[in-house]
Design a protein around this ligand. Sequence first.
Ligand code: FAD
Length: 435
Amino acid sequence: IPHEFEAIVVGGGPAGLSAAYTLAKGGVKTLLIERGDFPGSKNVMGGVLYSYPTAQVFPDFWKKAPLERPIIEQRAYLLAEDSAITAGFKDNRFFEEPYNNFTVFRGRFDKWMAGEAMEAGALLVSETVVTDLLYEGEGTGKKVVGVITNREEGTVRGHVVLLCEGANSILAQRAGLQEDLSPGDLACAVKEVIKLPKGAIEERFNVEKGQGVTIELLGEATLGMFGMGWIYTNKDTLSVGVGVMINELSRRGLNPNTVLEKMKNHPALRPLLVEGETVEYLAKIIPEGGYKQVPKLYSNGVLVCGDTAMLVNGVHREGSNLAMTSGKMAAETVIEAKAKGDFSAEALKRYKERLEDSFVLKDLKKYQNVSGLMQTNPHFFTVYPNMARQAAQELFTVNNVPKKEKQKKIIRDIRKKRSLTQIAGDLYRIWRTFG
Ligand code: FAD
């Protein structure tokens, strides 16, 4: 590795690759360091990739990138023990350019982004772990001037380092930018890739050839814990997974694999998976701490992006787009800093301002109390799904009971589980948190 660069990007995920590509295109001498065999080899997501933010970094990417299916329908299932209340939105216009979103495999998609970054001029060094940052100076003058890697003579100097190391933010914590994370800030997710017989996806999900569907799963999917399950359609496989907060798993003494196995056996989902063959099993953590846990985003000679910066919007299942947008904004800030020859915290604070002016921090701020609300109200994931199931069952059962009596029974049953004052309180808290 040459020992001197203008920018060093740590981590080849969506944040680091968007940053490296934008930097290299902007004429910045860039080194990208990835610990895996290649960018993507260690990376996991559900995974839905959003068209608009991706095209802002890689225009017309759908013409060349390895993608699975454009998603034309998004469904949500509220599961109770053996029933499901379902909702969804389908629009064939999402099957046309510029599309809305795609399912992808990160192993292939990240590798493709890395190829684009290298073609633009970035140098990629894989199978190399950054073990620490290199510093110079003391007190307020202390600045990051490069990285130390696990390679022999592996110290590399750079004017600025972009920390894009993902959710396991060891370097950011060691640099004092991020506090230690607690199990209430992280979800643990497991995912299976399940191969289906030819034509099964179109048949079972009621779509035309090549079209894709996503299903988000709530309630019993997580055995009543704060989290979410999902089924996404790929070319000839399904991505089936579940993510639950680590503190909830530990409180219940449960392993995420057990939660996933139970979810796959739910009667509303089982028919979608029959004759499926598991071809891959993956696990990863998701940073769910939200706005309040966003670390210090910049300091002298260093910027923090993507999952390392806690930029995940769990409510809308968004992470890759926040990672890519933050990587791009960090790179644009570095390009300006290079023009001024100033990589101090004062010059790099433009990065935080950019994030604040964009959907990235605006959305995180909007949902800053969601995690707290959900963690302190576990009945949202148990009592309400069951209430909804009981009400729907009563309503849809034809048994000669007059509808007026059915309505009264539904209200009586609801009040047995939760008083009207409690329900009003819950609705008020939900409105305050999401409104
Ligand atoms: P990562 O993708 O984690 O990349 C970090 C990279 O840094 C990795 O390549 C890693 O190997 C490398 N690295 C780490 N430490 C070092 C080191 N010290 N030295 C060198 N290299 C290092 N988002 C969506 O938009 N849609 C979804 O459907 C979705 N589903 C998800 C499902 C799951 C199960 C999970 C876990 C996440 C999901 N997300 C989803 C979130 C999304 O995956 C992340 O927000 C996104 O990947 C963050 O990108 P990143 O570049 O910040 O981090």
